[in-house]
Ligand binder design. Structure first.
Ligand code: 5RP
Length: 262
């Protein structure tokens, strides 16, 4: 079954599988959202079922909660957990300081709250997500539905005043209707091309009335696990200044795929 995966899915899978090795018995683990994070949830589910790993998970979206339950991970709410040992999540872009753009999957608000309430946030990504400067991926911001067009105009004016390169924004759609987040909000995608000062932009965006949160994760993540389509993985820890390389054997994953397809 693992032979049917595209190179990009293999890369996501090996990053997730390697990151799952960081999870230890008794941990409270934040479970990210998106296709890479879904691999992580499946890998952890396999470890719970096959190896008796004892963890409690805090999901960052309804989608992740559903998958985690399906694979046998015990879930608690963030307020029950209060603080987490580790959050593992995907990203849309990461730079050399491990500043991130997240929210391509629309879950940035819960993702940021959960990651911030964790001792450590580990990002799992394929190599294509690494960038020199953030911003080619449209930056998602979550806005409340009331007066969203006014909030959009305020955001665009702010971008002009900050001299940010691209300034257009689009309302994310789900077919013919606006996309609705788990919190009942909408998402504006900001087409910026290049974010010269992500720290400043993150602070300024959150001052705009109607903006609930933005997808810039600054100083939240310190480790990235980068997957490659040939099974290679690289673990970079920017605090320790270390880079480890490893290899994940796809054959070992057959049980995982079988369980999912039964
Ligand atoms: O931020 C996210 C969801 O809100 C995801 O982590 C991000 O979009 C990456 O997704 P994928 O792993 O599917 O490429």
């Amino acid at each position: 079954m693992s032979g049917d995966l595209s190179p990009i899915d293999k890369a996501k899978f090996v990053a997730a599988k390697r990151a799952a090795e960081l999870v230890e018995d008794g941990m409270r683990v934040g479970l990210g959202t998106g296709s890479t994070a879904a691999w992580l949830v499946r890998c952890l589910g396999e470890m719970v079922r096959e190896d008796g790993l004892k963890i409690t998970g805090v999901p960052t979206s309804a989608r992740t909660a559903e998958l985690a339950r399906e694979v046998g991970i015990e879930l608690i709410t963030l307020d029950e957990a209060r603080w987490l040992d580790l959050t593992i999540d995907g990203a849309d872009e990461f730079d050399s300081e491990l500043n991130l753009i997240k929210g391509g999957g629309g879950a940035l608000l819960q993702e940021k709250i959960v990651a911030t309430a964790s001792d450590q946030m580990v990002v799992i990504a394929d190599k294509a997500k690494e960038v020199e400067t953030l911003g080619a991926f449209p930056l998602p911001i979550e806005v409340i539905p009331f007066g969203w067009q006014t909030s959009q105009a305020l955001v665009e004016e702010t971008l002009i005043s900050m001299d940010v390169m691209g300034r257009s924004s689009t309302l994310r759609m789900n077919g013919a209707s606006p996309y609705v987040t788990d919190e009942g909000n909408h998402i504006l995608d900001l087409h910026l091309n290049r974010i010269g000062n992500p720290r400043q932009l993150a602070l300024v965006l959150n001052q705009i009335p109607g903006v609930v949160e933005n997808g810039l994760f600054i100083d939240i993540c310190d480790t990235v696990v980068i997957g490659y389509g040939d099974g290679k993985v690289e673990v970079r820890d920017i605090n320790e200044g270390t880079i480890e390389t490893d290899r994940i054997d796809f054959v070992e994953t057959d049980n995982l795929f079988a369980d999912l397809n039964d």
